[in-house]
Design a protein around this ligand. Structure first.
Ligand code: URA
Ligand code: SF4
Length: 244
């Protein structure tokens, strides 16, 4: 998908979210918070739910937790508008209570469609609820700083999931804040590894397609020595995130 198509698809989803009444959170929200960021990004951050400030502004992570998220991104030289930031549920639970399972389930199709549109290389989960969608049954104290391959049922076709603590937890507990800075510093390497894996998969897919189109190509593609790396398209988009 080209950037303009992605942007348009994300806008369609955001429009539906802003008018959504699929769960009871619609009754108490001020504004729904679809999420925002670069439609061409390789990295998506997923929090839990909007809080008071987000509910007021209709934008994710604009309060104190958002301030820490921006600082964490700054630690690896990234800015918030270079990634995409959203939440598991798009409307504020009253009094910032935890989202209920039926609310998470009602809202899940929006996140799935966002991930299918963005096709990120890396999905960073922020907190237990977000992690639970991608790494069911694990404890955040064990799983933070680790990766799994995303189940394609999440909407992300070929992503590495990286778990982090929620920034609000880091604001409450200095040890968690320190660990969050250590964790975020691993993301560029996770992105590099995932780019390489995805580029290799794309090369394999192109060879298979070429073989189908031209059976005579089979012999050539079966021989590593005949591979011509210089002819491969660049694996990295020009507007990629800077890595270090
Ligand atoms: N906490 C979240 O999980 N999401 C936000 O958007 C803001 C705070
Ligand atoms: Fe709709 Fe999600 Fe908001 Fe519930 S939380 S009303 S499902 S957008």
């Amino acid at each position: 998908m080209i950037d303009a198509e992605r942007r348009a698809a994300l806008e369609v989803i955001a429009g539906e979210v802003r008018g959504c009444t699929r769960c009871r959170l619609a009754e108490t929200r001020t504004r729904a918070v679809p999420g925002e960021g670069d439609p061409a990004t390789e990295v998506v951050f997923i929090g839990e739910a909007p809080g008071m400030n987000e509910d007021r502004e209709g934008r994710p992570f604009v309060g104190r937790a958002g301030g820490l998220l921006v600082d964490l991104l700054g630690h690896i030289g990234w800015q918030r508008d270079e990634v995409f930031i959203t939440n598991i549920v798009k409307c504020r639970p009253p009094g910032n209570r935890d989202p209920e399972p039926d609310e998470i389930a009602a809202c899940a199709p929006y996140l799935e469609r966002q991930l299918a549109t963005l096709d990120p290389s890396v999905v960073v989960t922020l907190g237990r609820y977000s992690m639970g969608r991608f790494m069911p049954g694990v404890r955040i104290s064990q799983a933070h700083g680790t990766t799994v391959h995303a189940d394609s049922a999440t909407g992300a076709a070929d992503a590495t999931v990286f778990a982090m603590y929620h920034p609000a937890a880091a604001l409450r507990t200095p040890a968690i804040e320190r660990e969050s800075y250590e964790d975020v510093a691993r993301i560029p390497a996770v992105l590099v590894d995932t780019r390489e894996r995805r580029a290799a998969n794309a090369r394999t897919a192109r060879r298979l397609t070429a073989t189908e189109a031209d059976p005579a190509a089979t012999a050539a593609t079966a021989t590593p020595a005949t591979a011509t790396p210089a002819a491969e398209p660049a694996a990295q988009p020009v507007d990629q995130l800077s890595l270090f």
